[in-house]
Write a protein that binds this ligand. Sequence first.
Ligand code: ZN
Length: 198
Amino acid sequence: MANGGPEIEQLIQLLARLPGLGPRSARRAVLHLIKRKEQLMLPLLAALDRAVAAVRTCENCGNIDTTSPCHICADPRRGDSGILIVVEDVADLWALERAGVGQVRYHVLGGVLSPLDGVGPDDLNLPKLIARARDYSEVVLAMNATVEGQTTAHYITDHLDPSETKITRLAHGVPVGGELDYLDEGTLSQALKARTTI
Ligand code: ZN
């Protein structure tokens, strides 16, 4: 049943497509926006309009920014570390930046290899990675610890030359603040395999 005119219903349907928002949350959000038309709805409209006009995908690394090359690729200090971190998605790049990983550069694949979903090497930003990798002393594969993520990491390893670039991956194991008793067996056995000297 409609909650208002077609304009309101369409807004609810569009917002409900956002990650983390179902129809119920979308209805609440729309009602909130309508009640705060001046303070929230109009500024949101203006911000969306500006973002639509400004957003670019970086031609170099696949990051999302308002310039291409993005601010990370354009920053000469970022190249000094010689570290290139490969991520599946821009959200992962943002997460690493929030973690303050330092003066590194990134390469965003835009997904992972997934034969079941019809995603092959040509669908990802892989040729560019293979071309970029030789300009860095270390390539860190920061894929998700999923089957597809690890398959993609293996594919990349097979296509990079270890004599040109050191290839590493993120450690898999005990999360910070984690208790061993609560970890699944796969994580615990990975943590033991990846143990380090203190
Ligand atoms: Zn970039």
